[in-house]
Design a protein around this ligand. Structure first.
Ligand SMILES: *Cc1c(COP(=O)(O)O)cnc(C)c1O
Length: 373
């Protein structure tokens, strides 16, 4: 019996939109630019199985994830040759799994390499693929000075049986900001890091979506690490425009119950909503356990191209909306996406929730089925 198909709540993924977004992102770069699809956190909640497949067909050269388990999942999904880079720090105790599966690990300091080296010193284990993280101003992980970077490179090149020095990269903190001073400081630090390494490794990369979209000519990079931009939501929220992106994800459901409530009745936990007249109220099979946040009360969805307010508290698995008029059970409801000539974006939803679209999508739970259009 197939599990996960018995509820109308679903995420629909638009293959053409994803292809479009990748093409738009790489247009300003050289033809041989590498694209690593960033598929951490279940492909930003979109569904790792579906997105890896769509991205591969769209021509991406590799994948990037946050943790080793996600990298192994990508291998298990059948991507055996593509580079898969773990962007976070991996504990030394797991490095043999990484090496055997050809996973590329991010390393941020020399002691890590020194501790890993004797473990990897074996004929049975292929050289561990390593990308050095360079902290040019993000302040999260990575080596801070060209001198320390050089020490790491030297150690890697002295231990080529244990390590394959495959890449170096940095990450921008403000590539999505309206002002560019801090970004330019990071670019200068990155240029200095590159100048300190000779020869350079195969992958030298600095571009997240924001840098790709808004600063393609300012950065030295031969890989684009595309997350938000590939999924088609604006990495800056509303700070900068990205009109060329097309959203890949829509979230829809259906009315499963509908009733008229008389004036003065209340709806949901805490009885916080009261009808001000006779109202048509529909119940939708989605709640905060699906990642649709409780604080979305008061926001709206689209029914037949018209807004319908979310009334009363969002519960774990269900929520109620006020319909503009009577609609039958089975009526389609759009939470993210297009309905008639109306559109609801992830950015709008996130703005209402006082957060960023990244946090909204990564909360969409695996209970929601995913379909590719
Ligand atoms: C998550 C992540 C990315 C992708 O960021 P987007 O803004 O979604 O493109 C790129 N690089 C690193 C190091 C990351 O952690």
């Amino acid at each position: 019996m197939a599990i996960g198909i018995h509820r109308p709540t679903k995420i629909t993924l638009d293959r053409d939109a994803l292809v479009h977004n990748i093409n738009v992102a790489k247009a300003p770069f050289a033809d041989d630019i590498n694209i690593f699809a960033v598929v951490k956190a279940n492909a930003y909640g979109h569904g790792i199985r579906e997105i890896t497949q769509m991205a591969k067909q769209a021509g991406v050269t590799g994948f990037a994830v946050a943790i080793l388990d996600e990298a192994l999942e990508v291998r298990e999904l059948g991507y055996e040759k593509e580079p898969v880079l773990v962007l976070g720090i991996t504990s030394i105790e797991y490095i043999v799994d990484a090496a055997i599966n050809g996973i590329s690990l991010t390393v941020g300091y020399l002691e890590w390499l020194k501790a890993a080296q004797p473990i990897l010193d074996s004929e049975e284990i292929p050289p561990l693929r390593v990308h050095i993280a360079v902290d040019t101003g993000m302040g999260r992980i990575g080596v801070q000075t060209p001198a320390d970077l050089k020490d790491m490179v030297k150690f890697l090149r002295e231990h080529t049986r244990e390590f394959n020095f495959e890449g170096m990269f940095t990450h921008f903190a403000t590539a999505d900001a309206p002002t560019t001073d801090y970004f330019e400081t990071q670019v200068a630090n990155w240029d200095a890091a590159i100048a300190a390494v000779n020869p350079l490794p195969k992958y030298v990369h600095a571009a997240n979506s924001a840098a790709t979209i808004w600063h393609p000519n300012a950065i030295q990079t031969n890989v684009l690490r595309l997350g938000a931009g590939m999924y088609g939501f604006n990495p800056s929220g509303t700070d900068l425009d990205a009109p060329m992106l097309k959203p890949v994800l829509s979230l829809t459901t259906e009315v499963v119950f509908v009733k008229q409530l008389a004036k003065g009745k209340s709806v949901s936990y805490g009885a916080t909503y009261h009808t001000s007249e006779n109202e048509w109220i529909a119940t939708l099979p989605i709640g905060y356990a699906d990642g649709f946040l409780r604080r979305m009360q008061g926001y709206h969805v689209l029914v037949d191209g018209q807004p319908a307010e979310i009334i009363g508290r969002v519960t774990m698995d269900q929520m109620m909306i006020r319909l503009p008029k009577k609609y039958p059970v089975g009526t389609k409801v759009t939470i993210v996406g297009q309905s008639g000539d109306q559109q609801l974006s992830l950015v709008e939803l996130a703005t209402y929730a006082n957060t960023i679209p990244y946090e909204i999508v990564t909360n969409l739970s695996t209970r929601i089925k995913r379909e590719v259009k």
